[in-house]
Ligand binder design. Structure first.
Ligand code: PMT
Length: 405
């Protein structure tokens, strides 16, 4: 059972037959030591009466954004500030769409905009509604904004169909919630990260780059911020929203990324190099667009600076974590990179395979350090990032203790 002792959980209940399970969920959350307040949408109240939740929680249930009495007692902003985490279970297709589009026309959607606590959703709906491209696009948007998606599970549905769309069981939700709660493991620390690809100009309109979406690095930055660290993310050109509490520095080329990191590295405690930095750039990018002429063309390339190696080679390096993106002999190559570059830790992942590495929403990592290691995933990059950041925090604390002894 997750340790939710003393945690303040705002449980959002939306319209769906699974709403009847939310009363049991609330009981389980309270059994785990959490304090729970419930917000119900109008749709939810068609399935379960607020009195049910009031009786189990011992607190008034919040149902309306514009109720002067409720606002006088604990208004939507106070509720948003009160929560350590917001869990919406069940989360209907409608609420996923509202959150993805930033609507604020009822209490629950407004709260979700007004809180800086992590938000988790447990989708529950008919399998075709879940599979619909609109719902899937909304889920992708929410995932990119670091909303945790719990489930759904597969099985028999209330509508008589069978497939994906069942809300996860209350005990599974309680366990999953432990993974999204902020843990101040890195309070007072400064974490510097790189993410995304770099672009190396060939001429004013063309460049050399790669498939990195920035998902993995942005998820790591969000996880570091949730661990209480001050975080700077040096990002190549990607289309990712900046996680809450993260300072973002946008760069384009490897040289610009190198410069942005070197300007800040002396201050940082932990450096994580997740960017897919181009190893080479054009020796002399053309000033004007290169015209089509001969059948073949050669472009002279020169080596880019190795940001990770330069950080690790500093006289007093931060705790330095590299990534290894490999298409074959992953462990051997990763171990070679870790030793050669003098890293504290390396996280290796497969690339060029569907379902992991570049662009994918999920990933798996083989993490190694001198004398130890750990396998993480496969799972969504948002969750994987939490696991990796906790592992980094633990190893970093061990090194720090040794240095102080
Ligand atoms: O962005 P996503 O789509 O979510 O994909 C995630 C990812 C696959 C990009 C990520 O998980 C990952 O593997 N990042 C490292 C990619 C990479 O360039 O690996 P590499 O094995 O070529 O480089 C080894 C290490 O050196 C990396 O930490 C890299 O950031 C660093 N490096 C490399 C070259 C260079 N010039 N400077 C560097 O700092």
């Amino acid at each position: 059972m997750a340790d939710l002792d003393g945690k303040r959980i705002l449980l959002g209940v939306t319209g769906g037959i699974a709403a009847y399970k939310s009363a049991d969920l609330m009981r389980r959350l309270r059994d785990a030591g959490a304090e729970v307040r419930v917000v119900m949408t109008a749709g939810a109240q068609e399935f379960v009466r607020p009195l049910t939740f009031q009786a189990v929680s011992g607190n008034p249930v919040h149902t309306s954004l514009l109720d002067p009495d409720a606002e006088a007692a604990m208004g939507h902003i106070e509720l948003a500030r009160w929560a350590d985490v917001v869990l919406i279970a069940p989360a209907s297709a409608d609420v996923l769409a509202r959150l993805a589009h930033g609507l604020a026309d009822d209490l629950l959607s407004t709260l979700c905009l007004a809180t800086d606590a992590p938000v988790a959703v447990a989708p529950a709906m008919n399998r075709l509604m879940w599979a619909h491209p609109a719902t899937q696009a909304n889920v992708r948007t929410l995932t990119e904004r670091q909303v945790a998606i719990f489930g759904p599970g597969a099985g028999d549905q209330a509508c008589g169909e069978t497939g994906d769309g069942r809300m996860l069981e209350p005990l599974d939700l309680v366990a999953a919630l432990g993974g999204v709660l902020p843990r101040p493991l890195l309070a007072g620390r400064y974490v510097l990260l790189t993410a995304g690809p770099t672009r190396e100009a060939i001429d004013p309109v063309r460049y050399i780059s790669n498939r990195s979406s920035g998902r993995m690095g942005f998820a790591l930055a969000a996880a570091a911020a949730r661990c209480g660290a001050r975080v700077t993310l040096v990002a190549g050109p990607v289309n990712q929203p900046t996680p809450a509490g993260v300072e973002r520095v946008d760069v384009e080329s490897a040289e610009a990324m190198h410069q942005a990191v070197m300007q800040r590295v002396a201050e940082c405690d932990i450096f994580v190099a997740c960017a897919a930095v181009a190893d080479y750039r054009a020796a002399t990018p053309a000033e004007a667009k290169i015209k089509k002429q001969a059948d073949t063309m050669d472009i002279a390339l020169v080596r880019n600076p190795d940001i990770l190696a330069d950080v690790a080679a500093r006289p007093q390096p931060p705790f330095t974590v590299g990534f290894a993106a490999e298409t074959h002999d992953m462990q051997e190559h990763a171990e070679d990179k870790r030793r050669r570059k003098g890293l504290d830790m390396i996280a290796a992942n497969w690339v060029g395979r569907p379902g992991s590495g570049f662009e994918a929403e999920d990933n798996a990592l083989e993490v190694t350090w001198e004398g130890g290691g750990l396998s993480l995933g496969p799972e969504p990059k948002t969750r994987l990032a939490v696991g990796l950041m906790e592992c980094i925090a633990e190893r970093f604390a061990g090194r720090d203790d040794k240095e102080r002894a």
